[in-house]
Design a protein around this ligand. Structure first.
Ligand code: SF4
Ligand code: MG
Length: 323
């Protein structure tokens, strides 16, 4: 198969407990039925507002959270029900995560050298000289002076710390990297450097990325295809050009109307679409189309019938009754 990752109807619901007996009184449907496929070597962007479930989706994809339902095929194997010991032998090496704030996950008392050695030791990879060579290679890949190896996290800038997060993710030669808001805490000029670094590494090492962000322009720079999430579901999934130049879903259209992005030549400037109301709670999502309470195009059917997530033109998937 051309696909390194296939996700079928993935769900992650968190129980809501209440009272002194902590009884289950409901559930937060953080991820509620995601389906998409990722080709080897491509970058999938997952975009949506804060609270749409995109971070939970990233963590569930790699089994940091137990899926409530659905299947995840990684390199042809169903990892959704693998035991932790089997995950350690495969998935925990081959899929790595890069987070928004690497500083929070870097031990302040450890040097860069011991930070990078740690995954090698945990997974018993590389011996003696191989480890030294691997360290040299990692520093070179992220553009660090070899002398940096004995420095501590606080001696690095925010952009450099994100390079450390990336170097650490590369230690075990992964196939797939899930980046969750990986550049969101950085200044715009530093964001561009990190994105370019990630693109170069992708080419050199044949990496596949799932790039999660609330930032539409960052996602446009790095992605080949983009999924737009709202209340735990993917509303639209298509090649980048389709998403940014000819969005079909009313939610995607509203999101894009709020940011200046290049349009297809000869089309009128986009008008700002202001969505009414607030984001509903994922503990109590609207019936029918989850977007119907805010959708400017909603009809009576939208509050009753869940729209199917369908391929309406080649490689372009939409969940909306208009199509
Ligand atoms: Fe809007 Fe209806 Fe389409 Fe949902 S299904 S996005 S409510 S038009
Ligand atoms: Mg998040």
């Amino acid at each position: 198969s051309d696909y390194i990752l296939e996700v079928n109807d993935l769900k992650k619901h968190f129980p809501v407990k209440a009272g002194i007996l902590q009884r289950n009184v409901g559930s937060v449907k953080a991820v509620d039925g995601l389906s998409f496929k990722v080709k080897k070597g491509e970058t999938i962007g997952i975009v949506g507002e804060s609270g749409c479930g995109k971070s939970t989706a990233g963590r569930t994809l790699i089994r940091l959270y137990e899926p409530t339902a659905g299947d995840i095929f990684f390199k042809g194997r169903n990892i959704s029900k693998m035991s932790e010991s089997e995950l350690r032998r495969t998935v925990r090496k081959d899929i790595q995560m890069v987070f928004q704030d690497p500083y929070a996950s870097l031990n302040p008392r450890k040097t860069l050298k011991s930070i990078l050695l740690e995954p090698m030791k945990t997974h018993n990879m590389y011996k003696g000289k191989e480890r030294e060579d691997k360290l040299d290679e990692l520093l070179d890949r992220v553009g660090f002076n070899p002398l940096f190896i004995n420095r501590y996290p606080h001696e690095f800038s925010g952009g450099q710390r994100q390079r450390i997060g990336i170097a650490r993710a590369l230690t075990l030669n992964p196939d797939l990297i899930i980046a969750d808001e990986a550049v969101s805490a950085l200044d715009v000029s530093i964001q561009a450097q990190i994105i370019n670094l990630m693109k170069d590494l992708q080419e050199e090492m044949g990496l596949t990325y799932v790039f999660i962000s609330h930032d539409l322009s960052v996602v446009r720079h790095i992605s080949d295809r983009v999924g737009v999430m709202y209340l735990g579901k993917i509303m639209e999934f298509a090649p980048k050009k389709d998403i940014y130049e000819e969005p079909l879903h009313p939610y995607t259209q509203a999101l894009l109307s709020a940011v200046p992005t290049p349009r297809k030549k000869g089309t009128a400037p986009r008008e700002r679409i202001i969505l009414k109301g607030d984001l509903p709670s994922p503990a109590n999502p609207p019936a029918g189309c989850v977007f119907h309470t805010r959708c400017p195009a909603a009809t009576a059917m939208c509050s009753e019938k869940v729209p199917e997530f369908r391929e309406v033109k080649k490689d372009h998937f939409v969940a909306c009754h208009l199509y």
